[in-house]
Structures are given as C-alpha cells and as structure tokens.
Design a protein around this ligand. Structure first.
Ligand code: C2E
Ligand code: MG
Ligand code: MG
Ligand code: MG
Length: 285
C-alpha cells in the first residue's frame, strides 16, 4: 500500500510540474504577443522635490492589460520576460514610449525628467547604449531629461562591462539611479566605480519608517551615504504626511509614493501636476 501511495504521489508530482511548465509556456506565449496586441501601456508616477514641493519628473511604469487575466502585475511578468529574453524588446518599447511622452510634455511647455527602469538583461546587450542614444535622438529629447533606474544586480554579472556602459550613458548626459537600494548586494565598491547620481531607498524601508527603529536607521544611513557621496536620494513608497515630513527634515531631497500620487495615465498625470503646483502657489500666498 505504501509503495502504491508513493507511486501515486510521484505521478501527482509529475503531473503538477507538467501543468506548471504548460502554464509557464502559455504565459510566455501570451507575453510575446502582448506588444503586437497592444496590451502594454505606461503609467507615470510623479517624483516630488521635497524642498521646493514641485514635481520634477516621473517614473514610467509598465502595465500589461490582459484580455482575460486582467491587469498582470509587473513583479509577476517582468521576471518571466527577463528569463526568456523578451525584456529586451519590451524594454525598447517602454523606452520609446516614455521618450515619446516626454517629448509631448516638453512641447506642451512642461519639460519633465523621465525615469525608465532598465533591466540587468537589457544592460548586458551589446547595442544597448546606442539603442538608448538613438531613441533620444529620434524623439529629440536632451539626454539630461532621461534617467535610467538600474538595480544592484545589474552590476553583478559583469562589473567592468556595466561600468563601461553606464559611463558612456552618463557622458552623454543621462543620469543613473540605483533602484531598490539596500535590498540587493549593495557594495560601496560598486557605488564608487559607478557613475551614479541618485539612490532610491526601497519602499520596504519606508513602509514602517516611523514604526520600526531599524528601518529608520537604514533610511538615515542611506540619506547620509547619499550626502557624503554627493548623490541625491529618492524615497519610494511614501504613503503618509508623517513619512514625508520625517524624510524632508532628515535631508532626503526627492520622494514618490501614494501620499502624493499613484502611477497615473498621461492625462491624469497632467491634471495632477497642474493641481499640485496650484496648491503650492495658494499655500504660499
Ligand atoms: P520599482 O521600479 O521599484 O517601482 C516602484 C514600485 O512601487 C511600482 O510598482 C510602484 O507602483 C510602487 N509604488 C509606488 N509608490 C508606492 C506606495 O506609496 N506604496 C506602495 N505599496 N507601492 C508604491 P509596480 O508599478 O507594480 O512595478 C513593480 C516593479 O516592476 C518595479 O519596481 C520595477 O522593478 C518593475 N517594472 C515596472 N515597469 C518596468 C519596466 O518598464 N521595465 C522594467 N525592467 N521593470 C519594470
Ligand atoms: Mg524603478
Ligand atoms: Mg524601486
Ligand atoms: Mg522595486
């Protein structure tokens, strides 16, 4: 009986792995068609200068609107796209779309900086630097208006290759931010070698910033590190007035989060910026 049970378990196990592989293949297939089926769009989350209380830019975030699955979260599909390489094409679409949007805003008199997430897989591509510079040229966007967000994992596989590429991008005028800072394999050696201008404090340290003493200390440390290395610090995931107050008192220059705004469709983003700035002018009057 035991043997028979074991056998059944084994079959069940194989069947469930088999199902998992089929689900994964199906997801990959749908992901590969998502672009041509126009299922992707970008949303934009305002980035606020805590001192001037002005919107200084926006982070572009990818959304996949699937006809039956609904809105698929990027934390779910980006890793899949990274593992089968389709992130390269998807990332190029994102960059192009974000630059197109930035050009629209500039021609409407609102030249905002746009931050785009760049996957480690994209950075490993031979032609990535030229692809990015070409995209800027095509949309007539000054390089200073683009910020690329990279994570610490980007530096890990081939440090000297990553350094060389980021240097070329930086020399062209593009600014580089380290995203989710503190969650990866942070190393001061990387920071020293990298032409990096911004550190983004991961939202996991901001969530309990005023409740958990360790999170307070980590956030303080990143802010101090930024100051001593002359990097600007961006807090992500700011959800309350208390967090905003603490961060701005502590010397964190920039923030984004639901307290200010969720990521928005372009039309709503434009409305937000107008309303936000109007409110500041009125408060100062
Ligand atoms: P990320 O780049 O660290 O982006 C910040 C995430 O935090 C976004 O999640 C944003 O919607 C969310 N967020 C912002 N403010 C708050 C807040 O106050 N509270 C909370 N709880 N969350 C907040 P999202 O849009 O789901 O994206 C998740 C991740 O997916 C991104 O993390 C990024 O790693 C990746 N991703 C998104 N779009 C792209 C893309 O175009 N290319 C690449 N390579 N990765 C992308
Ligand atoms: Mg990001
Ligand atoms: Mg982040
Ligand atoms: Mg993140």
């Amino acid at each position: 009986l035991a043997k028979q049970n074991g056998h059944n378990h084994f079959q069940f196990y194989v069947a469930s792995i088999d199902q998992e592989i089929r689900d994964r293949k199906q997801l990959e297939k749908e992901l590969s068609q998502a672009q041509s089926n126009h299922q992707f769009h970008l949303v934009y989350q305002p980035q606020i200068n805590l001192e001037s209380k002005r919107v200084i830019g926006a982070e572009a975030l990818l959304r996949w609107e699937h006809p039956t699955r609904g809105l698929v979260p990027p934390d779910f599909f980006i890793p899949v796209a990274e593992s089968n390489g389709s992130i390269v094409e998807i990332g190029q679409w994102v960059l192009n779309q974000a630059c197109w949007q930035a050009a629209r805003w500039a021609s409407d008199g609102s030249p905002l900086r746009i931050a785009v997430n760049l996957s480690a897989v994209q950075l490993r591509q031979e032609t990535i630097v030229d692809d990015i510079l070409d995209t800027l040229k095509r949309h007539k966007i000054p390089a200073g208006r683009l910020e690329l967000e990279v994570t610490e994992t980007s530096f890990m596989t081939n440090l000297s290759d990553a350094v060389a590429k980021l240097h070329r991008l930086h020399k062209a005028g593009i600014s580089i931010a380290v995203d989710d800072f503190g969650t990866g394999y942070s190393s001061l050696t990387y920071l020293k070698q990298m032409p990096v201008q911004h550190l983004k404090i991961d939202k996991q340290f901001i969530r309990d910033l005023l409740v958990n003493e360790e999170d307070t200390r980590i956030a303080n440390t990143i802010i101090d590190l930024g100051r001593s290395l002359n990097l600007s610090v961006v807090a992500e995931g700011v959800e309350t007035a208390e967090q905003e107050y603490y961060l701005s008192q502590r010397g964190c220059q920039l923030a984004q989060g639901y307290y200010f705004s969720k990521p928005l469709l372009p039309k709503d983003f434009e409305t937000f910026v107008k309303g936000f700035h109007k409110q500041i002018v009125e408060n100062n009057a």
